[in-house]
Design a protein around this ligand. Sequence first.
Ligand SMILES: [Zn+2]
Length: 468
Amino acid sequence: MTIFDPWLAASASLEVLAGTVAAGPSLERLRQVRWRRLLQAARGGTRLYRERLRGLPDDALPEMVPPVSKAELMTRFDEAVTDPRLSLAALRAFTADPARIAQPFLDRYLVWESSGTSGEPAVFVQDAAAMAVYDALELLRPGPAWAQRTPATPQAAARLLDPWGLTLRHAFVGVLEGHFASQVSVQRLRALNPWAAGRLRSFSILQPWPDLLGQLQDWAPQVLATYPTVAALLCDATQQGALSLPLLEVRTGGETLGVAARRRIARQLQCPVRDHYGTSEFLPMAWECALGRLHLNADWLLLEPVDERLRPVPAGVLSDSCLLTNLANRVQPLIRYELGDRIRLFPGRCGCGSRLPVVEVEGRDDPPLVLDGGDGRRVHLLPLALTTVLEEQAGVFDFQLRQLDAQTLVLRLGGPPARARELAPRCHAALQAYARAQGAARLRLIDECGQPVPRGRSGKARRVVGPE
Ligand SMILES: [Zn+2]
């Protein structure tokens, strides 16, 4: 038994198709209908939202509702779900048991934990209706249009004959030992569908690296889904002749995919790379079109870019955070939920023809490193900038920068120690030049060569870490 309802799946597919071809005004209408339904469910079914919506009319606009934080939602979990049988205590006990990954809770809910690298994980609950929407979005967007718009390559031909890759071997490489959304979805799909059980396998990055490479080589996946930093490690293995996969596509997600990293994965693994923006709060937030832009599934979610005081940020400007409203999930309503991701929404339409808005995501980066610039000045170095400098200028992808004190960073480089020592001077030159340009001329770097890069519980790499 798993969380699937064929009737809901069929109707969600039709609704997603309608949203895919909808013009601006009808997209807005779809959104409004779903927004009012969500508001009604939240007001009628939860104490937390009843309080928040007090005094607001039934047709209140989103911006009239006060935002909610993850901490508040978890502290008042039992008052923020529409089924009184759901309690945080019971769900924490459930997610503490690895044997129950992707099993239904109360016979009707799918449960997963957030995969953040710090703090206590949040718990999210979905019902069959929400899962039907996620499934349909995943399957129907970008769908066949994507294949038709790519240049004539063997990959595109394979896509045309089999647009959803149903005959291909798929591999998910990540952390399997936890109730994380990615692994819960893979396991659910395998339980649901004889196709998936035979075509889709998961591989754990927590096992010894040679074992993982051996298993991947045996399975020989044609479609690979993983973190960009894991894909970079597979590039190294391919370069060294330890791995050779017949890949038609690599799907990345969970971490920021830099331009240099994307280029390298495509070159080394010899296939197109498709990035994906999904979160534990809403699985398929956005999909990548043929022009490499992320399109927000704006008929099923609202995503408002905001500054640090949660005030709206205009289109085209990078936000400090964003507020998510999930229009698909009415069991655990998320209304103007502080997601934390830095995003930029683009005005106007994309050249691919889709009417769904284009979004750029910088992810939930850790706070900037604060260094001593001399004369009592403090210099802020952004994690994303440091990552980009190392990837694009030094050409390294398997690294961690950890701050020791106001002048010192520890640079850890993965891979064989001799190779790491060879790469270190290039990294120093790039980092020193960047730090100098920012006003931190006294930066000191300490190397740790040939040690693996630490990862959080769900497998996300911790690449830039502030002082303890
Ligand atoms: Zn597009």
